[in-house]
Design a protein around this ligand. Sequence first.
Ligand code: THU
Length: 159
Amino acid sequence: MREYKIEAVVHICEMAELSEADRKLVEAAKQATEGSYAPYSKFLVGAAVRLEDGTIVLGANQENAAFPSGLCAERTALFAANAQYPRQPVVALAIAARKGRCFLAKPVPPCGACRQVISGVEDRFGQPIRILLHGTDGVLVSEGIGPLLPLRFVDGDMR
Ligand code: THU
C-alpha cells in the first residue's frame, strides 16, 4: 500500500487584506442574501460571481416544498452567469450566509454538489475561479476549487 498525501492551501483574510474588486464581490454576496427564499431552512445564502469583463451576477438559495427541487446560491449564480454571458469566463465567486440578520462567523462552506459545479465551470473556461467564503471572523480564499475538492471528477476522466 502506498500513502498518497493530499495537501490543500487556503488563506484566511481580513476584508482589508482583499483587493478592492474582491471586497466588492464579498459585499455583493452579502447583499445577495436579500434575494434568498428559504422558508424551510431559514438559512439565507448569497453568492456573487465576477466575470472576466468585471460583470457581477448575483444568486441566492431558492427553496421549494419538495426539498430537492430547490437550489443553492452558488449554483443559482453560476448558472445565471453562464446562461446570460456564455462566453465570459468566471474569475471569482463569493459566498455569504446569515441566519436572521447575523452573518456566520465561520466561512460558509459550499456543499459538495456546488463544489462539483464550480469545478465544471473552471473546466469549461479552462481557468481557476478564486473562491471567497465570507465569515465575520475572516474570509477564506481558495485559488480555484482544487483545495476544496481534491481528486475531483472532470471531463477528462471520461476520455
Ligand atoms: N445552501 C446554499 O445555498 N449553499 C451552500 O453551499 C450550502 C447550502 C442552501 C441550500 C438550502 O436552501 C439551505 O442552504 C440549507 O441547506
